[in-house]
Design a protein around this ligand. Sequence first.
Ligand SMILES: C[S@@+](CC[C@H](N)C(=O)[O-])C[C@H]1O[C@@H](n2cnc3c(N)ncnc32)[C@H](O)[C@@H]1O
Length: 324
Amino acid sequence: MLRQLPRSLRMTSRLRTQVNYATNSPTGQSQIPVTRALEIGRWAEKLKAAGIEDTEFNLKCIVSHVLKQKFNSVPDSFAQLKFNPGQLADFERFLEARCARMPLQHIVGEWDFMDITLKTSPSVFIPRPETEEFMRLVIEDHKNAKSVDLLEVGCGSGAMSLSMLHSLPQVEATAIERSKAATVLAAENAKMLGLLDRFRVHNHTMEEDKYLPEELKDQKYDLIISNPPYVKTEEFQFLHPEVVVYENLNALDGGSDGLRVARLVFDLACRHLRPGGKLWLELGNDHPPLVKTIMNLKYEGRLKFVASYSDQYKRERFVQIEKV
Ligand SMILES: C[S@@+](CC[C@H](N)C(=O)[O-])C[C@H]1O[C@@H](n2cnc3c(N)ncnc32)[C@H](O)[C@@H]1O
């Protein structure tokens, strides 16, 4: 069952592994049979009417979150489950939020990314499954390096840097992030994962001629990674409500051609990558040919386009560049 679900909707390992509290009522409150009290069918219809496709998965995920019960141990038929009045109120509140298209990741409050679980926060970008594919390529490319000084531009929750640190002990990571909330969340996630000794995050907005914070202005790196905002302004009309309403637009808006922030990253890479160092970028699906042209025309002798790679949907999205 689980393997057939979209990867973007995978539940956290906490949900997978948590002990079963369902039949105990910690407050001693009376319990209400789920089937009678919650009218599950009614909620499934409401979710469908709100445009949510995988209603069964959404319901089960929210039930497991409310009951603090392993996702896999929630039965497909909810007939034997019981909620106390507090849990019932939570369940209805979370489903109302989901009907308003609040992402499941924000309702649950944490989500898996590769082998790590990250806390989420309403104003911080939710890491995407395609970014896991991107990070697998980057990790594969650096697994045999003796040591790697990594810089990430726009770390959000910390997903990319922290998964790299978790996989490769020879990596030291520095990240910059314009959002204060994301900076705090990334540090919290690093602490929660025991990776704070190899991860530093700075609340800094990369701008022309102020690419890095003052204390890093002379630093050089072996590797720069970024999943910058790359949505073209004209494409905003096609985004899902989960994205438009609940994501921070500063995390998405890449300007008229989607490369406004990526172009700053190119200039930053010229200044802060060591010769032979790599720049890896996750971008939109029509960006790689454009990036290749930009490298040839504007950065010849400084940056070299190495290759592009496709995501699981066969969209060419990931770009590898080398410092000459
Ligand atoms: C698409 S999100 C990616 C977040 C994270 N790397 C991930 O993959 O989940 C882009 C991030 O870049 C940050 N950002 C945007 N412009 C920035 C800038 N000029 N300097 C630093 N961070 C920036 C945003 O706040 C956001 O957290």
